[in-house]
Ligand binder design. Structure first.
Ligand code: ACM
Ligand code: ZN
Length: 509
């Protein structure tokens, strides 16, 4: 009796396959139930989609041509049999969730919004990759992301990245269901976005001293609008970052009066200057606040994102200690030290952003001075400050986790390999349910001070992006390393065939 029950359970599991499995999809879906039979992509396969989903349908049709040998026709009406049908389903509440049914006779994707449809289509595309373009097996997938922020930060300041390269990465990230591109647009080494109010930011601030023989560059506002539209078609939100009060030598070289001393620091390449420059924006001069608000207002008009990142990391306070404007501001506002002055500065910026219906994000240092309101979002990067960030989450701050321990993709693979980021889960084990929801996402950061060429950037990002996608989308209970490893290797081979320089990460061997 015992044996037959065990056999029955085994048979049930084999037939229904309802235990967690990637099914050849990165990131692993929430639920995959295997069926019998398989769907063949014959040349007559069409995509039947309402006009509201035609953008995703067309992008999918173009992106599978190399896998199927043809690009499916997109049409509004047709017989579901033999085809892929995209359906709006109001019962699916999360805009990123989807249900995908694959049978031997048809494929159907349902979602409450186009983002879910887009993700369902990416799952079909990945099944084509991992099946080697063979028929794909019948199955029912119900999928929803674990985190709503699934991001990558690209530093386009230390190395200016041409717009087409940024588009290449946006397109690749979206295929693994990442949904945020955080663009680090300004730093000591360059100001990379046109601001109409302050033309010298790009005329002066986007260029290295010619003796460094390094390319500068910046994005015009038209290019930014084009990039935002390209990303939004792929359900990626671009979140701009303007660094302050530190990491601002490019801006100070253009407008030296914004610093405490008024002296231009010049723009050095990363390895020609200190890694953290001591010149920062003055927090006492009214014109600095006016400058910051004007810049942020232009950003708010360019980026539909509800978030704007204002940096806040690594701001040495030596200049503030010596500056009468900064010291007076501290006295007038009852601030006890320069950390509190930074907090005061950031809080005022947050209030300004709120008046523009935007939410402030800053690196986790913005929490240190203790003066914030609580609706600002902390980007946790200092791996050694996990306790302080956990305390902030308990107080109600929302956290995006990008710690140096797991998420720094400029580090080499000996420190952070794909398996390490695959295993990452940002919510501390002892977190209480009431505040666990304050951890809103996971992001990889790629700083471009070392790796400058497309060839090098590719290898720093891939295959780790697969692990990031899993960490951000899939609950730990559903992650299975062996299944993921197999899908990651197949995706690596596919990307290599498309000339992406995927690194031979030992953890995947
Ligand atoms: C950082 O890595 N300085 C945010
Ligand atoms: Zn000052």
């Amino acid at each position: 009796m015992k044996i037959s029950l065990t056999i029955f359970l085994l048979l049930f599991l084999i037939c229904s396959n309802s235990f967690p499995q990637s099914g050849g999809i990165i990131p692993t879906p929430e639920q995959v139930i295997s069926g019998n039979g398989e769907f063949t992509f014959s040349k007559s396969v069409k995509i039947i989609a309402p006009a509201t989903f035609s953008n995703s349908a067309k992008l999918f049709a173009g992106s599978v041509a190399d896998l199927t040998g043809f690009s499916p026709v997109v049409t509004e009406k047709g017989n579901p049999s033999g085809n892929i049908t995209l359906l709006a389903d109001r019962n699916i509440n999360n805009p990123e969730s989807y249900e995908l049914k694959i049978s031997s006779s048809a494929i159907e994707i349902r979602a409450g919004s186009e983002a879910g449809i887009f993700y369902g289509l990416q799952s079909v595309r990945q099944l084509l990759i991992t099946s080697g373009s063979h028929p794909i097996r019948s199955q029912v997938i119900k999928d929803t992301p674990c985190f709503r922020w699934r991001g990558v930060m690209l530093d386009v300041s230390r190395t200016f990245l041409p717009i087409n390269l940024v588009k290449k990465y946006i397109d690749l990230f979206a295929k693994y269901k990442l949904n945020v591109l955080h663009l680090h647009l300004t730093d000591d080494q360059g100001w990379r976005i046109e601001i109409k109010h302050y033309p010298l930011l790009t005329e002066v601030g986007s260029k290295f001293d010619p003796k460094f023989n390094t390319m500068g560059g910046y994005y015009s506002q038209d290019e930014i609008r084009d990039l935002v539209s390209f990303a939004s078609q792929r359900f990626i939100t671009i979140v701009p970052e303007i660094e302050l009060p530190g990491h601002v030598c490019a801006a100070l070289t253009a407008y030296p009066s914004l610093s405490c001393s008024g002296i231009s620091p010049g723009i050095h390449t990363f390895f020609e200057g200190p890694s953290v420059h001591r010149e920062i924006f003055c927090a006492g001069k009214p014109e600095v606040y006016e400058f910051v608000f004007n810049v942020l207002d232009e950003l708010a008009g360019l980026f539909p994102s509800e978030y704007i990142h204002i940096g806040g990391d690594e701001a040495p306070k030596d200049e503030w200690k010596k500056c009468s404007s900064c010291q007076n501001t501290m006295k007038e506002n009852g601030l006890h030290n320069e950390e509190e002055l930074q907090s005061y500065f950031v809080k005022k910026i947050g209030e300004h952003l709120r008046s523009k219906h935007k939410i402030l994000i800053g690196w986790d240092e913005i929490y240190d001075g203790g003066k914030l309101k609580g609706d600002e979002i902390l980007m946790f990067w200092r791996g050694w400050k996990a306790d302080s960030v956990a305390q902030a989450a308990r107080k109600g701050f929302r956290i995006i986790a990008t710690p140096t321990t797991h998420c720094y993709f400029d580090y080499n693979y000996d420190n952070i390999d794909t398996r390490k980021i695959f295993s990452y889960y940002p919510v501390p084990r002892n977190e209480i349910p009431e505040t666990a929801g304050n951890y809103i996402g996971v992001q990889a950061n790629f700083w471009s001070h070392i790796d400058r060429s497309e060839f090098n950037i590719d290898k720093q990002l891939f295959p780790r992006i697969f692990g990031l996608a899993e960490a951000a989308w899939t609950t730990p209970a559903n992650r299975n390393w062996e299944e993921f490893r197999s899908a990651a290797n197949l995706n690596s081979e596919y990307l290599k065939s498309k000339h992406v320089n995927v690194y031979p990460d030992k953890s995947l061997h």
